[in-house]
Design a protein around this ligand. Structure first.
Ligand SMILES: [Zn+2]
Length: 224
């Protein structure tokens, strides 16, 4: 997976997916919960890929589907890269709906087929992007009728991200997350968020960017 082995990496590899499972449980209780990790959507059943070792989204979906009261799960993935591992792992699970909105010409170069894949052109800007996200969210909700949503709010759509190819501002990312979470709240569907991808040599700026989804959640859910 192109990451050097270390005890810290092993610990993180097991902790992060457990965190996604826990976040989903908290979302069922509170309507919203945000994980400060997760979204390792390139990991497959028997191999790691794209810095992803275990696929927390597939693991959490499978755990949820074994619970009473959960019949269908939607994974709504807006990381700039396709959630290929998630699509492949859940291909034979009809009650887990995988939706990915990603940049067509970006990694992984061999895409897997999810339940709803939306490929975006390079350089897409805020206005057009927000429209696609809104339209795709409505479509995937109508098709999947989920009891819970796992939302991968990757920030590598950001215009200066070295591994993204889109042209989205930080304000655009906030509006994206705000609009997704508002719609799910309006429909009373619990949502667990994970941070997904995001790359920047400036770690403080990157952490703040990953914090956008938490800020949006706080704004949407503290209105009560
Ligand atoms: Zn990514």
């Amino acid at each position: 997976m192109n990451l050097p082995w270390s005890k810290g990496l092993v610990r993180r590899t097991f902790l992060a997916p457990s965190g996604t499972v826990l976040t989903a449980q908290l979302a069922l209780q509170h309507g919203i919960a945000c994980h400060l990790a997760g979204g390792t959507h390139h990991a497959h059943y028997d191999y790691a890929a794209g810095f992803c070792i275990l696929n927390d989204l597939a693991i959490a979906a499978n755990v949820l589907l074994q619970q009473e009261g959960i019949e269908r799960v939607l994974i709504f993935d807006v990381d700039v890269h396709q959630g290929d591992g998630t699509a492949a792992l859940l291909a034979n699970e009809p009650n887990a709906f995988t939706c990915s909105i990603h940049c067509e010409r970006n990694y992984p170069f061999e895409k897997k087929i999810g339940d709803l894949d939306v490929a975006l052109p390079d350089g897409l800007e805020d206005g057009a992007y927000l429209e696609v996200v809104s339209e795709t969210l409505h479509k995937s909700l109508a098709l999947s009728r989920p009891d819970i949503v796992l939302y991968d709010a990757g920030v590598d759509v950001f215009r200066n991200d070295p591994l993204g190819r889109l042209n989205i501002s930080e304000q655009g990312i906030f509006e994206r997350d705000f609009q997704v979470l508002s719609e799910l709240k309006r429909r009373d569907i619990p949502v667990a968020t994970v941070i997904g991808g995001g790359y920047d040599d400036d770690r403080v700026k990157l952490a703040k960017r990953h914090g956008i989804v938490v800020e949006a959640a706080s704004r949407v859910f503290s209105a009560d």
